[in-house]
Design a protein around this ligand. Structure first.
Ligand SMILES: [Ca+2]
Length: 187
């Protein structure tokens, strides 16, 4: 996987000018990493700029979709089809932002539940954000499960929703359940 990433970088090495553009927009950390690899053949200054950018707080926007219900994997692909990704939540600050997005969304009704991007399908009890391949709580320890969750009811609950046991508290649910979903734009 890493090899593939490096290949893709070499196929599209950004010019110094485009690196500066990326820096001014403060692209998400994952992409900054790609640029740093390819920047090593350019100048040290571009690498330094990108590192400073990476240390900033990422701008993140949650987009709540209330019209159509989808399975977890349908929701995952739905977000990707718009250049977004299924929501990830890595801090209390982000969880508050998520709550604001839900409260401010159009057509929201009491009892609605939404997929976010966590799943433990790979290994029971170990949740990963499918959107970023980063383990839930990685480096932050942050999680926001409802008390008693995840409970893996009938040993068939492997995807994360919010809304069932409190507005932004997490619960594991069967992945084939059809729910509304929340995407994010972290660029
Ligand atoms: Ca559960």
């Amino acid at each position: 996987m890493l090899h593939g990433r490096e290949d893709s970088v070499q196929l599209d090495v950004p010019s110094l000018g485009s690196l500066k553009d990326a820096n001014s927009g403060c692209a998400q950390g994952r992409i900054i990493g790609y640029f740093v690899i390819s920047a090593q053949n350019e100048t040290v200054t571009s690498s330094d700029q990108l590192m400073r950018c990476d240390s900033r707080v990422e701008a993140k926007r949650y987009i709540v979709f209330n019209d159509v219900t989808r399975t977890f994997f349908e929701a995952w692909r739905f977000c990707a089809s718009m250049g977004l990704r299924l929501a990830t939540v890595s801090s209390l600050e982000e969880s508050r932002l998520l709550e604001q997005a839900v409260d401010g969304s159009t057509g929201v009704t009491k009892g609605y539940t939404w997929w976010i991007g966590g799943t433990d399908l790979g290994r029971e009890g170990t949740f990963v954000w499918i959107s970023t391949n980063i383990p839930v709580g990685y480096k932050t320890g942050y999680s926001n499960f409802s008390p008693g969750q995840p409970d893996n009811t009938k040993k068939n609950e492997h995807c994360l929703e919010i809304g069932r046991f409190g507005k932004v508290l997490w619960n594991d649910m069967p992945c084939e359940t059809k729910l509304r979903c929340i995407c994010e734009d972290a660029n």
